[in-house]
Design a protein around this ligand. Sequence first.
Ligand code: BGC
Length: 427
Amino acid sequence: MFSFAKKDNQLNSSICNYNQQYGAGLKFPEGFLWGAASSAHQTEGNNTNSDWWAWENSREREAELRAKGLDPEEYKSGMATDGFNRYDEDFALANMLKHTATRISIEWARIEPKEGQFNEQAFMHYEKVLQSAKFYGLKTFVTLHHFTNPLWFAKKGGFEKTENVEDFVRYAEKVAERLNEYTDFWLTINEPQIYASMSFLQGIFPPQKKNPLLAYRVAKNLVLAHNLSVPKMKFFSHSPISMAFHLADVVANTKFSQIPAKLADYFSNEYFLKHTIKFCDFIGVNYYFHHHIGWLGGRRKSLSHHIETDLGWGVHPEGLEKVLLKLKKYKKPIYITENGLADKQDLKREKFIEDHLFYAHKAILAGVDLRGYLYWSLTDNFEWEKGFAPRFGLVEIDREDLLKRRVRFSAIKYAEICDNNELITDN
Ligand code: BGC
């Protein structure tokens, strides 16, 4: 196992104790799914009919980037990874890397380019994509909304308006009808809390609004969109449905920040679960963060010994166990639908995955019904407002050389875990 210069003593001694109890090989339950996740806009390329494309290419955005001394071209999704054409190659790689599952998203802007008009070619395209995943033996997790919207939907106010929710429901129903044969798991909306907050509270994602009341209204409408879609989708598909919940490990910095920490925990973790759980057959968990909350806001770093990713995000694998244990009360199967890091040099990825799996396994032994793990992401891709610089992929995309795929060392180590359904710890 890879070790860091800065030794992670707490984790090592915890692994040691654990091994004495359970042995060095941590077996995962039979049938546990292994794989990686991605989304349409971040990989497909040429998603020209979406609000993100319009924003990336707008004069305002270009000017904003130039003013910061940045090159706007680096912040346009453009061809992304050309996943629209190279999906077969990517699934073949996933298969070679011993994955048994994949998570992709369907691009609403392609399926319904004009309001109420569904595009048959787009459906046929996604049928081929999902058939290819099946050909390579992958169970499919299909997300319907991963941050992007069709332009027409954004123009009429998107999820800001409750009356527009029915547009999403119609789309969800149609996709369930057309793609049910190839979809094993549905995820209606990816990280509703992140979408509502980044687009309507923090003003980072389009439409870059900063309005707490609006963000709250969007949050409510996303809940409604999920809850109204599920019964309609179930008419056509028996596959289990969830949202992909962004769940963080939130702690108070001091005893004086207990209240803000509780509020942050409620809005970032509890709110969406509480209001949609009745309409979820399983729980999709995206885990990245450990939040320390003080009176004047929080930070994403722990004060402890942990390392940071290329984006400065503190790595805190213990938090995954805490997050999973809290979900036990819902008595639903759980899949980790995202967990990953930006690590261009691939120096930290192997240990990152192993440590998170160590804590996921602990949660399983404590009775959590965890059934799968999807690393974010299969390949490097378009990291939203941060452009192409952050590298999350198990597979590197060479942007200087025809978007060639190069398998990273950590991907091979992860493949061993997937293949054996077991994590070998060496302490
Ligand atoms: C999102 C992904 C994103 C990843 C890394 C998740 O919150 O679902 O789209 O690329 O985080 O930032």
